[in-house]
Design a protein around this ligand. Structure first.
Ligand SMILES: Cc1cc2nc3c(=O)[nH]c(=O)nc-3n(C[C@H](O)[C@H](O)[C@H](O)COP(=O)(O)OP(=O)(O)OC[C@H]3O[C@@H](n4cnc5c(N)ncnc54)[C@H](O)[C@@H]3O)c2cc1C
Length: 420
């Protein structure tokens, strides 16, 4: 009874006042928290809506395999309102290039992710690589872009050169937010946009030579490549006794040979890791062009498929090749991403316009595909950028990725495309 009296004991005026303050403070805390929560929720959802609705217009210069794949990445990003794709060549010239391309397993996965249906493209599979003609690939990508026209305003302008005149005539309202330059190794669109044309040239620690054989009577259908390893050449006829030294497998790497392309347009790549053996030294410095020709001639006849004709002394003129071994080098643009302040345009460079080898591996296209792996994210970041610092962040991430592509190639590019 005494305990109960103690619990119901009336509060003193001081205690009552303190209790009221406490209740008031609690109320204030709750309402502040509620206000902050509402603010955060509204901000997050408005930001979400802004990001969801954000769209940019994109211009792609060059409709080679890389430019058209970039166009596909752009329409699939969901962040592009208007896409313009240019090429200075008209359709027939664009699609008639004879060379074959070899898409490696990583590029195949990347393209599958973009909705490319290899079952609907003329080509063949070998060792998880897909071989097709460059024109077939481009035509397929053009047809997909055509189908996407209902989602995105896609305009493909073939026979239109990106040049000073084009830029001058472009109405201010039509300037895109993103320009992807994919105009190949000979394009000069970067200089039109004021981008530095400085390149960094890096050694791939290898020596190589290329050859082509054109035989107009042969078929032009996609054909798997052939690789041969640990090749040594007998140069005793030229007074060089280099075979014994080269045959020591612990220190003297042999040559790797690749035969690729269609039977009509055959290509060969011969390459070996850097070394200073007698054979390599001789083949690097010889002034006698017929030595390399003989090496390619013999190698082709030794490793070609059974169903294609041999090269005879009569048909040898169909073979053109490097005069001697040269150092394999990868050149890449110092500036592969930039911001044009006055027009508020982010420019990036892709494909052979960004990085190119002086040696044809028969897999060159894959280097271009690697660069495009970060394009979707880049477009997303530009579309949703709030201010210029977001744009700069997106550009520097793109540059960093471009440098990574180069480092990766230097580490394992030749191994994957020729040595293995
Ligand atoms: C002889 C040869 C054999 C090859 N064999 C193989 C192979 O077997 N396997 C393989 O994977 N790869 C091969 N390649 C490499 C492959 O062709 C390239 O990697 C690929 O074409 C590069 O693609 P790209 O889109 O970067 O450039 P490109 O294909 O050169 O395309 C650039 C496009 O930009 C256009 N352009 C240029 N300037 C402008 C401008 N100012 N305005 C508008 N358009 C412009 C050009 O017309 C062109 O269509 C070979 C290349 C050669 C030359």
């Amino acid at each position: 009874m005494e305990g109960l009296q103690a619990e119901t004991h009336a509060l003193s005026p001081g205690e009552e006042e303190e209790e009221q303050y406490r209740a008031l403070a609690l109320d204030t805390l709750w309402s502040t928290l509620a206000a902050v929560l509402v603010y955060v929720l509204v901000k997050v959802s408005l930001d979400g809506v802004r990001r969801w609705r954000a769209r940019v217009s994109v211009l792609i210069v060059g409709s080679g395999p890389v430019g058209l794949t970039a166009a596909l990445v752009a329409v699939r990003s969901g962040k592009v309102l208007k896409l313009t794709v240019l090429d200075e060549r008209y359709r027939s010239a664009l699609l008639c290039r004879p060379q074959q391309i070899a898409l490696d397993p990583r590029s195949v996965r990347f393209l599958l992710g973009l909705g490319v249906d290899f079952d609907n493209m003329e080509g063949c599979w070998h060792n998880e690589h897909f071989f097709t003609r460059i024109g077939v690939f481009q035509e397929y990508l053009l047809s997909i872009l055509e189908q996407r026209k209902h989602n995105v305003d896609v305009k493909v302008q073939l026979g239109t050169k990106f040049c000073e005149e084009f830029v001058r005539r472009l109405p201010a309202a039509d300037w895109p937010r993103v320009i992807v330059v994919a105009d190949g190794s000979c394009g000069d669109s970067c200089s039109v946009l004021g981008l530095s044309s400085d390149y960094t040239v890096e050694s791939c620690q290898a020596y190589g030579a290329n050859a082509t054989i054109e035989r107009l009577d042969q078929r032009q259908v996609p054909t798997p490549e052939i690789r041969a390893h640990s090749l040594y050449f007998d140069l005793s006829a030229y007074g060089v006794d280099a075979l014994r030294e080269h045959r020591n497998p612990t220190t003297k790497p042999g040559f790797h040979l690749k035969i690729y392309g269609t039977f009509r347009n055959r290509y060969m790549a011969l390459v070996c890791p850097s070394s200073d053996t007698k054979m390599v030294r001789f083949l690097r410095h010889t002034a006698n062009a017929s030595i390399m020709k003989n090496i390619f001639h013999q190698s082709f006849n030794a490793y070609k498929t059974d169903i294609e004709p041999r090269l005879s002394d009569v048909t040898l003129h169909q073979l053109q090749c490097s005069r001697r071994l040269f150092e394999v080098q990868l050149s890449h643009r110092r500036v592969s991403a930039a911001y044009i302040d006055q027009d508020h345009v982010a420019v990036i460079v892709e494909g052979e316009a960004a990085r190119v080898l002086n040696f044809d591996t028969g897999c060159g296209i894959n280097l271009g595909m690697r660069g495009l792996e970060s394009l979707g994210t880049f477009i997303y970041h530009i579309a949703t950028a709030v201010d210029q610092s977001d744009v700069m962040e997106a550009l520097s991430a793109k540059m960093a990725h471009s440098r990574l592509v180069v480092q990766d190639f230097k580490l394992s590019g030749l191994a994957k495309s020729v040595y293995e």
